[in-house]
Ligand binder design. Structure first.
Ligand code: NAD
Length: 387
């Protein structure tokens, strides 16, 4: 359950007093007092994922090692080539063993997990140690997997540094690595006790990675239906924007709520998080992995999900138009020239199939709904919308 006492609030720590005010009110004040914003922003949320408690702390700055642990001699910080600098900033002047993995999805492998585990052994870390992951979804996923198996499970803190990892990969406890060419084939459920989301880290994020993460925010806004209109207030990818900060908070809160209800994706509402993903995975496969970012494919997939929903009478025309308009506003491609038969072929092999039927999530008026297609006639609909 989300702990309501803390949820959705900003806490200002001043020398004499601690105030706790509703998030949006404070963001209004920060517009006039930017220097207050610099030092004050901290949003706390707590979730329980399958019996494990996860605290999420959204802040402006990078967390210090003291705030993560005081056992410096029993910690391992894991980063990739592009986030090693962030890991050093977390450590400050303190010596903490580092493990730096090559960046990119192609390194989300057992070999990288082995490097992390070997590094922990070399540094003589005991079971009470803490693994601190500072990086994007790849580093968060492999570090969390390594933590889940090191001496049958050690402590874990995540410091996600990409937008995608902040709003998606770090929350919910899924860990894993790619194996035999299959994405996330091996993995565990192992939620981090503390997740620190430092929005300042987004200052160095390349545009492509921004777009990748932002598509997941758009997806969540469609599902949550309480901050979709707020996205219109974001005109560019600016890590200092209060509107963005508020959307990050709301996206994390929504994902946390859904995962709390269905921690192991065992038939509850967690499947809704796959909105646009059946189409997206097919497009990524047809274009070749790495030739399009996951978020760009998801944005394209959400447009197709809207078209499918309209054809099936589940998505209203005006809702579909609004969603499609927003996706185009952020500069995502809405058309890719690729072979329809190949796309449908990949969808037929999608692991999200239910009882052998193609499964999709399509927007409805308030959120989204799961549908399956099986009959020849239904498959013709797919051909029509894949233009
Ligand atoms: P990523 O970790 O590969 O990061 C993308 C690139 O950005 C990398 O080159 C990285 O080095 C670089 N980078 C990271 N932080 C940076 C920063 N602050 N400034 C500059 N460069 C930076 O990819 P991602 O998009 O963050 O995550 C994708 C992975 O997340 C996939 O493997 C996916 O399976 C996984 N994922 C997991 C979950 C989950 O629930 N566990 C959910 C969604 C996605």
């Amino acid at each position: 359950m989300i702990q309501r006492a803390c949820f959705g609030r900003l806490r200002i720590l001043c020398p004499q007093a601690v105030y706790s005010l509703k998030g949006d009110t404070l963001l209004f004040f920060f517009r006039f007092l930017p220097e207050l914003r610099e030092i004050c922003i901290k949003i706390f949320m707590n979730f329980i994922f399958g019996g494990y408690k996860s605290n999420v702390i959204v802040s402006k700055g990078i967390p210090s090692i003291d705030s993560i642990t005081n056992k410096f001699d029993n910690a391992l910080i894991i980063a990739d080539e592009n986030t090693a600098g962030i890991a050093s900033k977390i450590c400050g002047g303190n010596y903490i063993p580092h493990c730096v993995i090559k960046s990119g999805e192609e390194n989300k492998t057992w070999r990288s997990v082995e490097t992390i585990l070997s590094s922990a052994v070399t540094n003589k870390l005991g079971r009470d140690c803490i693994f601190i992951a500072a990086g994007g979804g790849v580093i968060c996923d492999i570090s969390a997997f390594a933590a889940s198996v090191y001496m049958r499970g050690c402590n874990l803190a995540l410091v996600p540094t990409t937008l995608l990892a902040m709003v998606d990969a770090s929350v919910g406890g899924k860990t894993g690595f790619d194996f035999c060419g299959i994405k996330n084939l091996a993995g565990t459920f192992y939620p981090a006790e503390n997740i620190y989301i430092p929005v300042d880290c987004l200052s160095s994020l390349p545009q492509r990675e921004w777009k990748s993460g932002f598509a997941e925010i758009i997806k969540t806004a469609i599902l949550a239906n309480d901050f979709f209109d707020q996205l219109d207030g974001i005109s560019s990818f600016d890590y200092k924007s209060d509107a963005l900060l508020s959307c990050i908070e709301k996206a994390v809160a929504y994902k946390g709520k859904i995962v709390t209800e269905d921690p192991r994706e065992s038939g509850g509402r967690r499947i809704l998080l796959n909105l646009g993903h059946t189409f997206a995975h097919a497009l990524e496969s047809v274009l070749g992995l790495g030739n399009i970012s996951h978020g760009e494919a998801v944005a394209w997939g959400i447009i197709r999900a809207c078209r499918l929903g309209v054809k099936l009478g589940i998505t209203g025309e005006s809702r579909a138009k609004k969603i499609t308009g927003l996706i185009k506003k952020f500069g995502y491609e809405s058309e890719y020239n690729c072979d329809k038969a190949a796309l449908i072929g990949f969808m037929k092999n999608d692991k999200k199939k239910r009882d052998g039927k193609l499964a999709f999530i399509v927007p409805d008026e308030k959120s989204a709904a799961a549908v399956t297609l099986e009959k020849e006639n239904d498959l013709k609909i797919l051909e029509e919308i894949l233009v």
